[in-house]
Design a protein around this ligand. Structure first.
Ligand code: PLP
Length: 234
């Protein structure tokens, strides 16, 4: 089933790219495997998935050694400063940086390990109170502030759009994130590129690709519904 789901999502991305006049190679599909057992991740890997997204540090740490080394791990969840040291050097991209203090901690750890860490700034485009992320108006000053830190490279922006019945309702959110990234690009800040737009989930990734997403994060659409009933508090 995972293989079929993956093929389906890939063909939807392909079709969305064709409609938008984009090359499908511009879009990375991240298989969001949070809460799912490693057997299911292996099945996705066998079917060709190489980019996996997780939202908890402990779960990442458990899964990384159990999967092949060529997996690219993406940290997509809220990150606490005291856990930064566990993931620096292990994940290819941290999607969820939303404060200078968090960036500073990542920078400190990167310098210590002598690595360079790619990050995205998480933007709360819709201004939802329940969500993490920086308000759109605060993004440019934050990018400038972070750009001065060693060992860290801002590669683009990420957003989690609201949960909606119709994906069309989120098109405007995706468009706003893209416009914001263009505005930042125009600022020409040293050490900052805006090549990555991480937006779109199972319910709305097609609209996101049409609006310029370069990373879509799809969980349910690949692995099925998540069961949180046995979840341990973190
Ligand atoms: C869980 C999660 C996803 C995937 O959500 P689905 O609706 O299952 O595709 C994407 N992005 C983030 C940040 C998530 O936490």
């Amino acid at each position: 089933m995972i293989r079929e789901n993956l093929r389906h999502v890939e063909s939807e991305i392909q079709a969305a790219c064709e409609r938008a006049g984009r090359d499908v190679s511009e879009v990375t599909l991240i298989a969001v495997s949070k809460t799912k057992p490693v057997e299911m991740l292996r099945e996705a890997y066998e079917a060709g998935a190489r980019d996996f997204g997780e939202n908890k540090v402990q779960e990442l740490m458990d899964k990384i050694p159990q999967m092949p080394e060529d997996v690219r791990w993406h940290m997509i969840g809220h990150l606490q400063r005291n856990k930064v040291k566990y993931i620096v050097g292990k994940v290819c991209l941290i999607h969820s940086v939303d404060s200078y203090r968090l960036a500073e901690e990542i920078s400190r750890e990167a310098v210590k390990q002598d690595v360079s860490v790619d990050i995205l700034i998480e933007v709360n485009v819709a201004g939802e109170e329940s969500k993490f992320g920086v308000a759109p108006g605060d993004v440019i000053p934050l990018v400038k502030e972070i750009s001065g830190l060693p060992g860290i490279r801002i590669r683009g922006l990420m957003t989690i759009a609201p949960f909606v019945e119709k994906p069309e309702e989120n098109r405007e959110i995706f468009e706003k994130l893209r416009h914001l990234s263009v505005d930042i690009m125009r600022e020409n800040v040293d050490n900052v590129t805006m090549n990555v737009l991480s937006m779109g989930m199972t319910g709305d990734y097609v609209a996101a690709v049409e609006e310029g997403a370069t990373c879509v994060r799809v969980g349910t659409g690949i692995f099925g519904e998540r069961d949180y009933s046995r979840e341990q508090p973190s």
